[in-house]
Design a protein around this ligand. Sequence first.
Ligand code: HEC
Ligand code: HEC
Ligand code: HEC
Ligand code: HEC
Ligand code: HEC
Ligand code: HEC
Length: 452
Amino acid sequence: MGFSFLEWILLALVAWATWIAAARAAGGDASARGVRTTVGVTVLIGFLGAAGWTYARGARIQHFTEVRAAVPSQGRPGGYVSSDACQSCHPGEYQSWHRTFHRTMTQYASPESVLGDFNEVKLEWRGERYRMFRRDGEFWAEMPDPDEAAPGLRVDAAGRLIPSTATHHRVESRIGLLTGSHHMQIYWTAYAKGNRQRIFPFAWLKEDHRWAPVDATFLRDPTLPSANQSWNANCISCHATAGQPRPDSRSDQYATRTAELGISCEACHGPGEEHIRRYSSPLARYLAHGSKPADTGMTYPPHLDRVKSSQACGQCHGIKWIPASENYQENGFSFRPGADLQTSTPIVQPSKIAEAKWLQDAVRNSPKFLEEHYWSDGEVRVSGREYNGMIDSPCYQRGDLTCFSCHSLHKSDPDDQLAAHREGNEACLQCHSKMRDQVPAHTHHGRAIFFL
Ligand code: HEC
Ligand code: HEC
Ligand code: HEC
Ligand code: HEC
Ligand code: HEC
Ligand code: HEC
């Protein structure tokens, strides 16, 4: 923090008094003039140094405030307190979560979080040039002005898609936000529209250690022009904890906020404010440890019923329908772990279309929706939507299969987060034990492995 006006006055008074005192002590001879000059110069240098330091610090704070204002913020109402508030009482769970890719799903760009190579790298895509570079610990791209026109393909007079040849005005954009940390990383630059984020056209592939066009990392029609994705509108729903997009429809400005950018404690356990209040006294904590409390105010997903337990994961690992009544853009989702997902944002299952009138209406309005998200037999074809697949299986429909039959969120390797003894055939043999001796005969593979 810089000095206030009053503090400056006080400092000036102290300096003036010091100077007078030095002058008095030295008397009127020649050496006294030397002392006076030395003290005067020292005070002046001190002043200039302090003023310069204050100015630089002020500028840094202002810069930081500007950078933060351009990206979605953390902290929102609704009883969310963030993972920091859980650490002191649950250090073990905090630590096991801290290692996961859930935590690093969405992060502010920083030298710690950015994996991609920004050391003067030049790339081309669809006739446009991009240059990535670093400046003062920040990550930047020099590129065609995305506000002028979408770079990429154009439709020619005959209606064919051709590479754009337009020369755009060029701009420098700061990377403010990023997505992913396990297999790849996608980057976002700010629009001049509140904290709305626009996708940067290249993704960093972690294993390959190289850049690739984002368009080429998703299963999509290669002849389509680049999709102008916005984090706030398209990705926040699954890539942050309890996000609220909050667009202003008149100005197209966004004031997006989240409980936390990564997928953190409260995404799976529900908001924690009330829980922490309940256990803030050591006596309440002591009593809770003695007798396993029936209700702690937090959701423990594996203890919920067969349907609701996996819904705590299905809220993100599934394709949901968002009815207008949710008022999702303003509030975010009303679903909290422990509730029934189907009543707020039902899962889109083509196999159940005959029973779901809302889905028939929706498909009439967006005829390509099913085709873009499912194979023709109704199996989901978008990655990361495991819940859709699971609830269509006989093991779920006629048995007790949940995500926790195979996954543990705290006692597991961050890569795939599988519970102990759930790798390979054991994941299935825990229920299909009769198959144990028949695996090679059943699969027609000598070394029988269900998961390759
Ligand atoms: C002041 C201490 C304290 C803080 C802070 C705290 N908890 Fe707890 N938590 C407890 C106690 C006490 C219990 C019950 C006894 C136990 O399981 O150790 C508990 C139990 C839990 C359970 C098990 C619930 C169940 O029904 O089995 C979960 C999940 C949980 N806490 C999550 C959180 C999350 C998430 C946060 C942060 C938002 C948090 N806690 C913050 C003290 C705390
Ligand atoms: C319906 C929920 C949902 C939405 C919406 C969503 N994602 Fe994802 N995304 C996931 C899940 C779940 C995974 C993990 C997939 C897996 O490991 O199979 C994932 C994984 C990813 C990864 C890989 C991360 C890594 O660490 O390797 C990237 C990159 C990604 N998503 C980008 C996006 C972008 C960009 C958008 C918006 C245009 C988006 N996603 C929208 C649920 C979603
Ligand atoms: C992606 C979902 C998810 C996230 C994120 C998550 N948890 Fe959990 N948590 C679970 C599940 C599921 C369990 C049940 C045990 C398991 O799977 O390892 C659990 C168990 C717990 C327990 C009970 C431990 C016990 O067995 O008594 C506590 C306490 C807890 N979590 C706290 C936290 C805290 C604190 C954070 C954040 C720092 C957090 N969790 C993040 C899903 C999650
Ligand atoms: C708020 C949304 C959200 C919730 C809730 C959530 N996940 Fe995820 N999960 C994601 C996203 C996004 C990723 C991609 C993270 C990455 O790999 O970078 C992911 C990744 C994973 C992975 C792959 C980890 C890896 O990178 O190898 C597993 C396994 C997983 N989730 C299981 C679960 C289970 C089980 C639950 C329920 C307890 C759950 N998730 C709850 C959004 C969520
Ligand atoms: C939590 C227990 C559980 C787990 C784990 C489980 N299943 Fe199942 N599975 C069931 C139940 C219950 C049925 C229905 C059996 C019935 O109706 O007779 C079933 C049915 C099936 C069927 C259909 C059989 C038929 O005749 O219709 C197949 C195939 C199957 N499971 C494969 C798998 C595979 C592969 C895995 C591992 C990825 C697996 N299951 C894991 C419980 C489970
Ligand atoms: C019958 C066991 C089983 C069940 C049930 C199960 N999973 Fe998995 N899951 C696995 C295994 C095994 C892997 C690792 C696959 C691999 O190595 O390719 C995995 C991998 C994943 C991944 C990482 C995928 C990737 O692309 O890296 C995600 C995400 C995931 N599971 C989420 C879920 C969610 C959410 C549920 C519940 C809706 C669920 N799983 C239910 C066994 C299961």
